[in-house]
Design a binder for this molecule. Sequence first.
Ligand code: HEM
Length: 537
Amino acid sequence: KPTEKITASEKVNELSADRENSAGQLMTTNTGVKVNDDQNSLKAGERGGTLMEDFIFREKMTHFDHERIPERVVHARGSAAHGVFKLYKPLSEFTRAAFLNDTSIETPVFVRFSTVAGSRGSTDLPRDVRGFAVKFYTQEGNFDLVGNNMPVFFIQDAIKFPDLIHAVKPEPHNEIPQAASAHDTFWDFISLMPESTHMILWLMSDRAIPRSLRMMEGFGVHTFRLVNDAGKACFVKFHWKPLLGVHSVAWDEAQKISGKDPDFHRRDLWEAIESGNFPEWEFGVQIVKEEDEMSFDFDLLDPTKLIPEELVPVIPIGKMTLNRNPDNFFAETEQVAFHVGHVVPGIDFTNDPLLQGRLFSYTDTQLIRLGGPNFQEIPINRPVVPVHNNQRDGFMRQTINQGKTSYHPNSIGGGCPFQAKWAEQGFASYAERIDANKVRARSKSFFDHFSQATLFYNSQSEAEQEHIVNAFSFELGKVEIVAIRQRMLGIISQVDQALAEKVAFNLGLEVPKKPEQPMNHSIPADGNPKDFQPVPG
Ligand code: HEM
């Protein structure tokens, strides 16, 4: 555990303090007592019952009984690797984050890729979004970029996330289907949620069945904020671009691979790194000045929209190389705790309502998944800088805090740390001006659900468009309730009429003449926030 700042390569050494290799050692209990028989429990005679007294048996069995922890409620299936991030050019004009200012710094990273819907043991190749979570161990604390391989999301408000996930996970009465979106509840929800249309087009495209984790893009999705040393802010979208390019498999290949090798992506990543074939991504930013916030025909705070690269180019600012496999899957890949709320000075949030809700969800879930408030002390989660605060105690506390006091302010000293000033890189939240009514509503600038979906469809080659037709036809073909298929055809027709007609033909249905209008919730015209009526958007 670091008592002073440590460098990139030292993070690897730092983890080694917790590594254990028993090869050639004498076996002991957890209290360090040498064991002389690990294969026979203590019995009352050779044919007798096992004795309660057998502390060696009891300890071994108790530990085994408690080996499993809850899997992640989403993104349960994942694979991870260690690596390093190097900056090409300083971004000091926009941010005071030290790791984005100094090109001589090598920042260690730990990256976990995942599927979203399936359980921990599910196949690597379902049609699904892929998580792309990067933990930067910076010299100013951990920065987590918890992104996906698609640049937009299904919903605009975090309050809908539990519904989305309940709809996509296996159906509750029979736990079918595993790791697949092709079923009634998913498409029922999607057909009632027109804001998901853009994301659904990505999900039906080849992007949802990557050839390799090394060949995927990554996106922070939300608009974040950068803040420079003078306290001036701008908006930013984060991007990862794989140097191997973006590649996918065909759906038929994906299904065969799932049957033959459900670990296909995990094995590919592991073997590439073991053979020195290190995967690399360029890190890029799209920067929007504060004064340009309202200059787009979509809202920067709407996570179902991207900023077209034709409007704001992606500037490559650095490179990430994954160069070391984890030593132990559970200790590292399973116990790592990513959180969009892990930011460093110079990086801040916006009011994207999805981002705001995520800021609550991650610590909340990790408190139960990782067994209490001390999970930041687990080696893979520890920053490379020392931690000093007045937080104390709780299950599995590792730190032995010294001194008489654990409160602030205090006049006794006794081990109490000081607050850091701005000049000492203390984190100060961006002082965004807010003057508004407290309402349950969303802005009308979030109401256009189809333009970018059409833009995406039109950006696809003929063959890729054909794959989208086939994906919709396959997925909706698994939906038993015909009304859901029909409602979906109505939605697809608002993206592209010809696409809807091709899917309808494959399903043996007609495209509805008058599709249902999307329902949106906005502040009523009279401004009375008591009674929100859904209005056609
Ligand atoms: C994992 C919640 C949206 C990317 C998780 C986990 C939760 C969660 C509870 C499990 C965390 C854990 O057990 O450690 C939410 C909520 C969302 C949301 C409430 C929306 C309101 C998103 C979005 C993205 C995303 C938009 C991508 C930009 C991820 C990734 C992981 C994850 C990559 C896996 C992290 C890992 O590898 O450990 N999310 N999520 N999530 N989420 Fe989200």
